[in-house]
Design a binder for this molecule. Sequence first.
Ligand SMILES: [Fe+2]
Ligand SMILES: [Fe+2]
Length: 270
Amino acid sequence: MNRINELAKGPVDLAQPVCLAEGDHAVYWVGSEEPSPFRCNAYLVVDADHRVLIDPGSTQHHFPQVRHRVEQVVPPSSITHIVVHHQDPDLCDSLPAWIEIAPDLTIVTTPRTRVLLPYYGFSPDVNWLDVSPEDSTTLDMAHGSLVFITSPFLHFPEALTTFDEATGILFSSDIGAAIEQDWKLVVDDWECHWQTMIPFHIFYMASSRALKGYLRKIEPFPITALCPQHGSIIPEIHVARALQALAELPCGLDLLYPASNIENVLAEIL
Ligand SMILES: [Fe+2]
Ligand SMILES: [Fe+2]
């Protein structure tokens, strides 16, 4: 059962793991309270024998807190999978530490991300689940599947997001992320929150074309929340307007290299 709408109402104890969905297929926020606007979220999905950690964060800034929160839910050595949505250090340079704790875990990522990750300092001879750019890869658990949806150039060329079929949560990585000083776990004021999303997307997302293409891909999925890597979780009540706002946002190359005005000039002449 999805608890995100309920969490939007009241204060949340962020010193503990926060249960976002309870039951046989449970989801927890296990991120850090880093005193930085660039603060990172990590998430944990627990379903029978599967313990899936999503974007575990950096070694220096996040690992002690993330590990502490994980171990209040499951033994860290029982982690079976780590989903890495792209290769940024704030998102995953703690991989060597997690592999040391759980050497048999499987890293779930795209091939172009896979070639980069061992540079964080671990042998590439670990278990991998390659996510197909065709979006056909799933991780099937006893009570639901994770569906892996690539998000090209948002912001890495072969970036990835994860849809959790059992809860409707979209783990959206940097898409839907916000850089904000006064942070809450779940968005309560959409208009204020959108202002904190705009600068991040303008700088990091390649183009409106890339965003629109990805948004078309996720249209068929019944999304009940966006759980990004930075900033607050966007609950169901705000999901549609968040996706609509992103679809209309010029960003990246749209702003750096605006389209030629040749059509306007021709329209005036002809
Ligand atoms: Fe990133
Ligand atoms: Fe990020």
